[in-house]
Structure formats: C-alpha cells, structure tokens
Design a binder for this molecule. Sequence first.
Ligand code: ATP
Ligand code: MG
Length: 477
Amino acid sequence: MATITEGYLDHKIFGIVSETAAELGVRAFVIGGYVRDCFLGRANDDIDIVVEGRGIELAEAVGAKVRSKVSVFRNFGTAMLRYQGIEVEFVGARKESYHRESRNPIVEDGSLEEDQLRRDFTINAMAFSLQKEDFGALVDPFGGIRDLAAGIIRTPCDPEVTFSDDPLRMLRAVRFAAKLSTPEHTFDIVPEAMAAMRRMAPRMEILSKERIAEELNKTLLCDTPSRGFRLMDEGGLLPYVLPELQALKGVETMDGKGHKENFSHTLQVLDNVAAVDGGKLWLRWAALLHDIGKPRSKRFVPGQGWTFHGHNVIGAKMVPGIFKSLKMTQGDEMKYVQKLVDLHLRPIALVDEEVTDSAVRRLLFDAGNDIDDLMTLCNADITSKNPVKVARIRANFELVKRKMAEVEQKDEIRNFKNPIDGAYVMDLFGIPPCQEIGILKEAVKNAILDGEIGNNFAEADALMRRKAAEIGLHPVK
Ligand code: ATP
Ligand code: MG
C-alpha cells in the first residue's frame, strides 16, 4: 500500500493542479526538490510538476484558472507560473538516452517511472501523486526515503553512466552533500559514486562554463561551503572547475621548514565568512580567492623561511582571468572581489604596526563602502592555531575598528569627495584642462588623508593655493 503523506500538499495550488490534470485526462506528480525538502523539513518555494502528457498544456490550463501569467520555454518543453509566492514549473515526463559522441540526449515522451530513472539522485527522484484516488501517495522507486534518513547521495542507475551522460551531476552531488548536511545529519556521496566521479572527472570538459559557474555559486551559498570544495577535490573535479584553487594544495618543505597549507586555510576562511555574512555571494568569492596569488609569489628565503610577498597584488591581477574563464561578469561584482583580494592584508598590517590616523584614513579611502566586508574577510582570515597569537591579533583588530569609527566620524573618508573640483581650479587660475589640475587635486587628497588638513573646503582651498603658487599659478581674479 502506498504511503499517503499528510500536510505536505496543503497549499491550494496542488488541489488546482490535481483537478485540472483530471479534466485534461493526464496524470501529474510533484517531483524532485520539493518532495525531498518536505521530508527534510526544509522550506522550498519551488515546485516541480511532472506530467504524463504535455506539461505546457497543463500549465496553460492551470494558469488560466488561477489567472497567472505562464512563461513557456518550448525548446525545453517546460512552462512556469507564479502563484501566491511560489514558483511552479511543469514538464512532460520524458525518457532520455544518451550517445557517447553527443552531449545532448535523445528525449522522448515517457512514463513517470522512466522520468524518475533519468533523475540525478535517489533523493531527488521521489514523487507525490496528484491523482484524486491516491492524492499525496509517495512514489519512491529507488529508496529515496531510506537514503534521506541515512544521509546518502546515490544515483538511481550506474553512477559512471549517470555522470558520463551529464557531468554536471558530479557537481550537483557535491553541492547537495554540502547543502543538505547539518551538524546533526550529514550527507555523504556513496563510495561507488565517488569512485565513478574520479574516473569520469575529465568528462567535465564538455560542460559549458555557465553551468559550472552556477553550481559553484550555489555551493558557495551553502552554510558550510568548504564541504563542497573538499568533495570536489576528493572527486578530482577541481582541475576542471578552478585549477587555481587546486594549485593552493600541498606543503613544500625546505631546510625542515614547511608553510601553511593554503587550500585548507582558504576553505577555513570561506566557512568563517559564511558563518557571519548572511549570504553574500561575492564576499564568499573574495574569501575563496583571497590567497589565490600565493603559489605564484612563493619564495624560500634561507634563514627566514617561506614568504608570499605581494600575493595580494598577484591574486587581484588573477581575478579578472578567473572570472572570464568561468564566463562570469567583468562588472562591479568582479571589481569588488578584486578589490577585496588586493586589500585583504591591509587591516592586519595595520594591526602589526602602530595604528596611525593616516594609515586608517588611507584604508578607509581605498576600501570605501566595502570597508565592513573587508573587515569581515580579514577577521575570517585569522586561522592560527595559537590561541595567544589569535587573542593578540583580535585585540589589535578591535583597536583598528575603534580607530576607524573615530576617524570616520571626524573626517568622513569612506565616501571621500575631493573638496576641490577641476572646474573651480580652471576658473580660479584661468587655465584650460591640464595636468596641473590633477597635481593640485592629488596634493589636497593626500594632505587630507595624511591628516595635515581637515576634510573641508577652507583648508583645502588654502593648501591648493599654496601649492599652485609653488608651480607658478596665480589667481586671475
Ligand atoms: P534546489 O533546491 O537546489 O532547487 P532541486 O532538487 O529542486 O534543488 P533543481 O536543479 O531545481 O534541483 O532540479 C529539479 C529536479 O530536476 C531535481 O530534483 C532532479 O530530480 C532533476 N534534475 C535537475 N538537474 C538534473 C540533472 N542534471 N540530471 C538529472 N536530473 C536532474
Ligand atoms: Mg529546484
């Protein structure tokens, strides 16, 4: 007898889909993530409906009933509508077969069973019936419920075939292991699937960069993203995903001296950021890439040990290329990541030296409105195992933060705008646009950042006039 699940299909939409499917004479089921998340007690506003018949037709009939706009994607045979805060996607049940030579499967109409067989994991292949006679019955042909309870990610078919057919499933396995794991209940990929992953990793070459980037983003947004990246490493996927990250692995030893293992360190920093940032994707990218320049800057200095001088600058230069290789944006988000990678040592360098007002002002100026994120990253970067050292750094860090607040209140550097503008200078001295204007403005900026003058027009103007006289410029009025 089928298990009838109660409470999971209370939302009005399920009754409406059920009724409409009956009218059209087709069978419809809720499938995939929504079913899985019901049993895990996780909220999910994305509902996938699979129809034995035409998915688009059912979507349009439901859309007409609830007066919602239906978006149709004919190429994929899918349709989507929004209703009372949830997103419902409709697809016809399909049977898929793949050919070795081609990335694209041959797709034919199929039954629910055939559709479940082409799904990635047992826990993602469960369905709830929407038929009147057994409304809510669980259809679980591969033991998804058992695997959910055991915390197991397993493919319904031979994992090697599953992964070879669509290599994205390897990244999805990793992502679900990271996403579904909680401190009380971890999810692991079964050993056979891990082994298949290591063999099939080179198949990743056929994936589009956009699909890879999307999975990476979703992995980064998990509560403990390190788990995903560790599994990518164990499964041999890293070289195909982010070879630069792979290069952080390992420790070299010279004269008995080793250095920090930069891959583990990076993942620790990433988790530290994720624990406090409330889901900031680009800050997490900055954490992932903050030490990416280390392999290229690594030197062994006899008598001193390993150094990574300038790794922040090298890393910042690598960021656009890494984003480009994943076909990700070159816009503001990339520039933000680049800036954080570049500046990630600055707050901590302040801590090691004397915290002068001018150093704090310069940092505020360079970081601008991203200063708080930079401080979050910098705090997360303290991963030393030596409690005395950590306590000392954190105490100094608090000092830097207090100093920043003070300076910010006094001088408002964060949104620094030069009190002297170019038009004013041209007008005052009767000069056309020229190099001198830049020189004078720069002198004003530096004087303010160094604390020689206050951040106001009167003091800036006086200083600018003095500097102008030195280079032979005199007011015409
Ligand atoms: P999420 O909460 O991340 O959206 P989900 O399980 O809903 O999780 P989707 O990517 O929205 O994941 O996909 C919906 C369903 O479609 C999955 O549960 C799975 O059954 C199936 N699916 C998605 N992508 C694949 C794939 N590449 N291969 C096989 N089945 C897939
Ligand atoms: Mg989904």
